[in-house]
Design a protein around this ligand. Structure first.
Ligand code: UDP
Ligand code: MG
Length: 331
């Protein structure tokens, strides 16, 4: 039996990029040595993306879609697509051609024919450069990623993307994870098995614009860090302990100084600085602890990761003549 690859494409306001993307994707699908299906997930777009997706699904075999009830973010959209996947392998890729479709066969080959004969369950792409990206953004993105990985003990290369192919058993493990705060790169790493990382030259978005603002990206990085690591809490404790020791040493110094020279008023500015520093760090770490508590709060609600308002498309993966819907039962 031929393998089936499910290709999941989360889309949010991608009306300009989608038609160009789909032409390239179809070329790659035809060249694949196995069957494939495409699952478009519209993540609550405000433009014509849902109409374009439906049109594509109507005219092409093996294309299905899920329309979400609102914007749930890329993680939610990815989860929606992965839930729908029926394939032996699943691929997640962006709709803006920043994840070139030609690498689907490269990843498939890497999984099917591992070089050292060791079974691998996932092949994932990492960017070797950040061409076309604002310098300040790539600087912080790189820094954040490095720090995040070090803090949470996650082993992924710099430039790791969400463009990856996973086996059915790895996908089932992923779908079995019930947490609401999701950071897929970290989750796949946590699941384990063997992943082959493949480098590729970064490409610029074909049309439209990135949905990530600088602050959005920074927030995403922080959330990812908090959901994978409790080290910030440990840092708070260490800082508290160090401050106590310093305060004690300073107090001894002040007492001795007063006994010998008798100068009780001097040191007021340093006292002021210390109070300010301590007050600031207490508030900072209270805020951090608050973030963890709010995460626990959100997790206890057990809300679904997404809400779908419509599903459809052809389950059949064989080619149908363009423009003539074959009346395949809608799912
Ligand atoms: N995306 C999504 N929901 C969102 C934001 C983005 O489904 O809330 C999709 C988007 O349509 C694209 C992919 O996720 O297919 C990557 O988004 P984008 O290109 O904006 O991110 P970048 O490549 O700049 O990191
Ligand atoms: Mg992009």
């Amino acid at each position: 039996m031929r393998d089936l690859i499910s290709i999941i494409v989360p889309c949010f306001d991608e009306e300009e990029a989608l038609p160009i993307f789909f032409v390239e994707l179809e070329n790659e699908r035809k060249a694949l040595p196995c069957d494939s299906e495409v699952i478009f997930v519209d993540d609550g777009s405000k433009d014509k993306t849902p109409d374009i997706i439906k049109h594509i699904a109507e005219k092409n075999a093996g294309v299905r879609y899920v329309l979400l009830s609102r914007n749930f973010g890329k993680e939610g959209a990815m989860a929606a697509g992965l839930c729908e996947a029926r394939g032996d392998y699943a691929v997640v890729m962006d709709a803006d051609l920043q994840h070139p479709p030609r690498y689907i066969s490269v990843m498939y080959d890497a999984i099917k024919n591992p070089k050292d004969g060791r079974q691998i369950d996932s092949a994932a792409m990492y960017r070797t450069g950040r061409k076309g990206e604002k310098r300040i953004r790539s600087f912080f993105a790189k820094r954040l990623m490095k720090r995040f990985c070090r803090m949470s003990g996650i082993d992924i290369p710099a430039g790791a993307t969400d463009y990856r192919m996973v086996s059915r058993r790895m996908l089932d493990c992923y779908l079995g994870l019930s947490e609401t705060n999701r950071f897929s790169k970290g989750l796949f790493n946590w699941i384990g098995f063997d992943t082959k990382w493949i480098p590729y030259e970064n490409t610029v978005r074909v049309a439209g614009r990135s949905k990530w603002s600088f602050s959005g990206l920074a927030g995403y990085g922080l959330e990812a860090m908090l959901s994978f690591s409790d080290k910030p809490l440990r840092y708070a404790a260490v800082l508290g302990a160090v401050s106590c020791v310093l305060a004690l040493i300073f107090a001894i110094y002040v007492i001795i100084k007063t006994i010998i020279w008798g100068d009780p008023v001097a040191g007021f500015p340093s006292l002021f600085c210390m109070i300010l520093f301590m007050g600031g760090s207490i508030l900072l770490f209270l805020g951090l602890i608050g973030r963890y508590i709010s995460k626990i709060y959100m997790e206890t609600k057990r809300r679904p990761l997404f809400v779908a308002r419509e599903k459809g498309g052809h389950r059949e993966t064989k080619e149908t003549p363009t423009g003539i819907p074959d009346g395949t039962e809608k799912s």
